[in-house]
Write a protein that binds this ligand. Sequence first.
Ligand SMILES: *Cc1c(COP(=O)(O)O)cnc(C)c1O
Length: 384
Amino acid sequence: MIVNNSIDEIKKRENALLIIKDWILNKSRDSLYDLTGLSGGFIADSSEIDLLETYVGPAIFEDELQKVGIEHMGGQKVLPVNRTSSGILATILALVGENTNVVHYLAKLPAHPSIPRSCELVKANYSETDDFEKFEIPENTSLVVVTGSTMDHDVIDLDIFKKVISMAHEKSIPVMVDDASGARLRTVVFNQPKACDLGADIAITSTDKLMPGPRGGLMAGKKDLIDTIKVKVNQFGLEAQPPLVLAMMNGIKNFDKSNLVESFSRRNELFDLLSVNFRNFKLTPTGVMITPEGLNDELDLTHNLSDDDVAFVFSFLLLKEHGIITIPPVSMPGASATIRFDLSTNDAFGLDLGVLNKKIISSFNNLKELVNDEDKCREIIFNF
Ligand SMILES: *Cc1c(COP(=O)(O)O)cnc(C)c1O
């Protein structure tokens, strides 16, 4: 095993960021292709930037974000936080007591790690399932969690979504929806209602997923719950700072549904090209992906690497050889090692899919040469 624990994951991320920096300094930003689907945009004009003072900034932008955010998310009030994970943590700190149950339904396991980790912190009993037949809400449950769209973009079935919410509300238990990408994916591509309009008490989205905003979290929901959570957010410094609030607001204003819709059609073209050489690519709503297991299966070789390690080596090769950024090299600890090629953000718009296909094949052939040399693989991931 090469990437063994959270420390290793931080090291591989640091190396990936250095590779990206070198690429930009020695080549250009234009020749890099960020296909993560997380664009991290920062749209702001200079008159807005001049207002970014500690108290003036929030006075101006937080009020405007209320309007824009409620339009995007529904609900009675929004609360900007540092990351989606921060919002999840604050909600659990605020609503979940020791020894109470938290149950989570999602279309496909696993859940985002911030949910079980936050439950562990407050010593709650956490369980998750992707089988609705097995989903139940036991006595002494303090929070029901629903994921709208998973890290790998598996979208929840709308009927099940409604049923989970009504099961929770029958018992007067609040529902938190992790709608990190779902707030856009579900609504735009799958025509589902906003989570708050479906009755969710709290919904949270990531403002850099499938929209031109910065990494940050935007929570929306019932006013009294948001206020309770806001206390925890402020107590633990989880709130979004003025620059983030400004860019979130502009990111939402500049969110263009047609980019998502267009990527929905281009993904088929890429999928067909890749399927000539590979069996295990799958369509996602806005691109294609291959799981670590699927990638390993393509190799058809015996070697000592774990599936995740194979995915890390491959994604680092794509980055080093072609400037293609996917999530695994740059992700935070615990994220999925699935490699997604997302066509919904800026860098993908001008990309020739035939050329992308050739680059993927070329790095895959190099991966084949490398998997038996564990030291080399380690060097590619960590640079030592
Ligand atoms: C990305 C994601 C998160 C976490 O977002 P961060 O900005 O990394 O905190 C949580 N849940 C799901 C389903 C996600 O896809």
